[in-house]
Design a protein around this ligand. Structure first.
Ligand SMILES: [Zn+2]
Length: 113
């Protein structure tokens, strides 16, 4: 079974060598993380635990300049970075399914296993 959580954060970035996005600007990003696993006591995992994992990761980026973390912080590269970080810290028996990052309500990138 799959469960998911979402978190939002504000950050600035610029895309090196991009005509329009090469200028520093900001977005309110929204991150959705979906994980899967078997049911224990009726739960895949506690929502609070998953919210804490994702919350800690996005807190690093919140009100920061993404270029300090990712060389070319496109929505796609940010999505990959978050996917890798979440994957590393999930408890045993819980698998990452997908991460979707919205940089605007109408623009998003997604990575799946
Ligand atoms: Zn941008």
């Amino acid at each position: 079974m799959e469960i998911g959580v979402s978190e939002c954060f504000d950050a600035a970035h610029y895309l090196p060598n991009h005509e329009k996005c090469g200028k520093m600007h900001g977005h309110t990003y929204r991150v959705e993380v979906v994980v899967s696993g078997g049911l224990k006591n009726g739960m895949v995992m506690d929502f609070a635990e998953l919210k804490e994992i994702v919350g800690k990761i996005v807190k690093d980026y919140d009100h920061n300049v993404l270029n300090e973390f990712i060389e070319n912080p496109t929505c796609e590269n940010l999505c990959i970075a978050i996917f890798e970080r979440v994957k590393k810290v999930l408890p045993d028996g819980i698998n990452i399914v997908r991460v979707r990052v919205y940089e605007n309500p109408d623009k998003w990138a997604e990575i799946r296993i």
